[in-house]
Structure formats: C-alpha cells, structure tokens
Write a protein of this length. Sequence first.
Length: 412
Amino acid sequence: MRRLLVTILVLMFIPFCLRVSASAQEISKDELMKELEVMKERIKVLEQRIQELEGTEESVKARPEAPAQYHSGKGLADRVRRLEKEIEKKEAIGEWAKRVNLSGGLEVEVNCEKMDYDDPTQDDTSTSDITLATAELDVNVDVSHHVGGHIAFLWEEGGSGHVDIDEGFIIVDGKDRVPFYINAGKMYVPFGYYESHFISDPITNSIGETNDSAIKVGFAKSGLDLCGAVFNGDVDETGDDDRIDGFAGSIGWTAPEGMLPDFGLTAGISYISNIGDSDGLQEELPPTIKSKVGGIGAFLSLSFMDRYFVELEYIGARDEFQRGELGFAGNTKARPEAWNMEFAFRPVDALEIAFKYEGSNDLGDFEPESQWGMAINYELFENTSVAIEYLRGKYETDDTRDLVTGQLAVTF
C-alpha cells in the first residue's frame, strides 16, 4: 500500500518539476518559495494519510482469522456440500417415515369369575383381578413396490412375562402385475376366522388358532383369497423325525363393494393337518402322539348397513385323539370341536350390543360345553372404547361359571 502511494506522489510531482524547470526563468524567487511551501504541506498531508492506512492494515492483520467458510471459496463449497448431505439425510428419513406405518392397542380389563362346582366336596370359588390384558405394537413397512414387512410386538399379563414377537414376516406380492403373494416368517397360519364382538375370545379360537413360523403362498383377486402354508408343528407323531410336515390352507371370499348393496359378506373354509398344533390344544398334549389329527373349519360373516352383524363359525377335529393324550380328557378318547354364533347391532353409531351362544364337545373342563352371553361396547372417544360382557357357561363336568369382564381399550 505504501509503495503504491509513493508511486502516485512521484507521478504527481513529475509534471510540477517539468513546469518549474521550464518556467524557472520566468517566475520570481518569492513565488518559487510559495510554491515550495504549498508542496511541503501537501507532502505532509500525504505522509499522515499513509501512516493512517498502514495502521489500519496492521490492525486487520492482528485480528483473529475468520472461519474458512467466510473468506475461502473452498470452505464455502465444503459448507454447501455438508448442507446438501444433511438435506439428503433428512429427505431420506422423511421418505422412510412415509413407508413405515405404526399401529397397535392397549387393553385394560377388570374381571370377576365365580365357579360353582358340581362336586359337593369341592368348595366354590370367586376371584377378581385387574390386568393389562394386551399391549400391542404393529409395524408395517413398505420396503419396495413388491416387498413389505410386518412385525407385531405383544405383551400379555399372565403370559411369558416379557414382550414377544407375536408375528414377524416378509411379504412379497405381485400387486398390479400378478395376483399372487408369499409371506415368510412367524404368523398365524390360515386356519379359522375367529371374528367376535365380545371381549373374550370364542371357544373356536381356543382349539383352532395356530401361531408358528411358516411359508404361506396365496392367490387373491376379486374378493377371492386362496392360500396354503407349510410349517413344522410342535406336536409330532411317535417315531417321526423333526421336519416340516405341517400344512394349513383356506379358501375365503368377500363380496366386492357394491355387489350386494347395503350388505357385507365374507365366508370361507379351512383345513389343518394337525389340530393338535393349535396354541390351545398343544398345551394339553405331550410332544409326541400316536397319530396326528386333522382339523376343519368353516365360517360365515354377514353385515347389513354396517349396523347389524351375524357371525357363525365351526372348528373341529376330523378324528379322535387317543386315550391319555389330551390332559382334560383323562383316559378317554376325544374329538374336540366348537362352534360360535353371534348377533350384534348398533342402535347408534357409538353403541354396539351383542349376544352370543357357543358350545363344544369333548373339551372336558378346558372350555364350557355350552355358553351364552351379552356384551355392550361404547365408543367413548375416537379410538377409545369401554365395554362390559357377561358370560354364563356350563362344562361337561356339570360345573358352571359366571364371568363378568369390563374393558377400557385404546387403539392407534
């Protein structure tokens, strides 16, 4: 900076010196001295200005260096790249969030049970309890256009005592290309329907519902769902190797929307190679039995104007279990079967009233031989309901049970 100012000063003096040299003979001595004084003042002012500029430059040098991104082109480019990466990460998280769907529910129940035993030597009992009956979280993920995943976490008071993976399977389907799908993982195999308007599960659920790791292949189009699953059941035949030899399959049909105005209809039949693999019956059986017993199921679900509902279902064994195999049957053969009939209606949108009659054969004291009941369900708020039910059952042993259950449920 100083060299630049000196150069400017010299260039300013050159014309003046030439003018002085050219006209030195024409001006007087006094005039020359005045010109020199003026030039001295100008030089002095310029020197002061130079000193001020030098001080400013030094103070700038003494300041802390600003971050590179504020004075460096490379730093600014790096910062832009970092911001772009952060934006990409947020966009990626947002995209995955769109693919993930969470749902679930919480159910708190209060129940009172009274058992009246036919045997006069056995004292009647009366019990009551408050339980967190269900805490469930379902996660559904769209991995790609044709691939998805489903995980259901479940905790039940009185169960295993820890959170279980109730379901966890991969879904591969053809969607708009072909009407086939494959599910692989832990699931409820396609046997039975078990729809109910009551708090308690129907007796059909107790002897038929089967949860296991399986591979299910299905065809679904125009309301028709035809599927079959293979799995390795927990109850084997004596002498058989531990291998994949279980099978369950179903054919179901749901009337397409608009086909039956104001009516809804779903019906189906199902088969399982060993009903002893069901979650309820396998607890009453040893790990091996003489021969596997197949099971069949059929159901019909009707609705009218989404206000009146009828549920009909049958689940039963096709043959008998041998003596001593089923714990509740004692030393007799048994061919378990159960049925459920329900009627429900909604006088107003938030209120549902339901009635049922259900029964069973060859279940001893495992489930009632006949049972009837009534349930009232009221939607307190959105996705929040309160319900109460009463069930009276009679067992093959002539014991009777009165069960009252209240429930507060939240779904999300």
